[in-house]
Design a protein around this ligand. Structure first.
Ligand code: FES
Length: 176
């Protein structure tokens, strides 16, 4: 038999072992804000990413519990969308468009070049934490490709030389 709200105040959720309390509280607050959104998991994940910069896998049990989903469901969504990075990004994020219009004007060569220059693949961060390299499939700049975005700033008609210049302008020091 269901208890009435007067008889049984809602219990505090149990803390997740191994998860920092502050992080857990921030994630629960984000869920509370978006709980009523349609298909709440995606808006919640976007909000977590927006606030923390990434979706730490340690928050999966909290999200699953709060949204009444299985951990596997939450994990599946996080891993399906490249957008939901699971580790902190580098100090600078470089995104290369690899969609068709940009590919037709040289994005493939840029992709090879940037991976070789940075020594990382897409989705990875350089060991010094300076740069995270991502691929995207359209930056909305198709008429002036190849398109590259550096920390949210869009660059069009990027030649290999311009790419090198963009990479050279990335601060290398943590406090730069
Ligand atoms: S295809 Fe590259 S910006 Fe659209």
């Amino acid at each position: 038999m269901a208890a009435s709200p007067e008889q049984s105040p809602e219990p505090e959720p149990e803390s997740e072992p191994g998860l920092e309390l502050e992080l857990e509280q921030r994630v629960r607050a984000i869920v509370a804000e978006h709980r009523d959104s349609r298909g709440a998991l995606l808006p919640v994940l976007h909000a977590v990413k927006e606030e923390l910069g990434y979706v730490d896998p340690s928050v999966i049990p909290v999200l699953a519990g709060e949204l009444n989903l299985s951990r596997a469901d939450v994990y599946g969504v996080i891993t399906f969308y490249e957008d939901f990075r699971q580790s902190p990004p580098g100090r600078t994020t470089v995104r290369i468009c690899r969609a068709e219009a940009c590919r037709a004007v040289g994005a493939g060569a840029l992709a090879d070049r940037v991976r070789s220059r940075l020594g990382v693949s897409f989705g990875e961060t350089t060991p010094d934490g300076a740069v995270t390299l991502d691929q995207v499939f359209c930056l909305g700049n198709c008429a002036t490709g190849p398109a590259v975005e550096v920390d949210g700033r869009l660059h069009g008609r990027v030649t290999p030389e311009r790419l090198d210049a963009l990479l050279a302008s990335v601060p290398q020091e943590a406090d730069a």
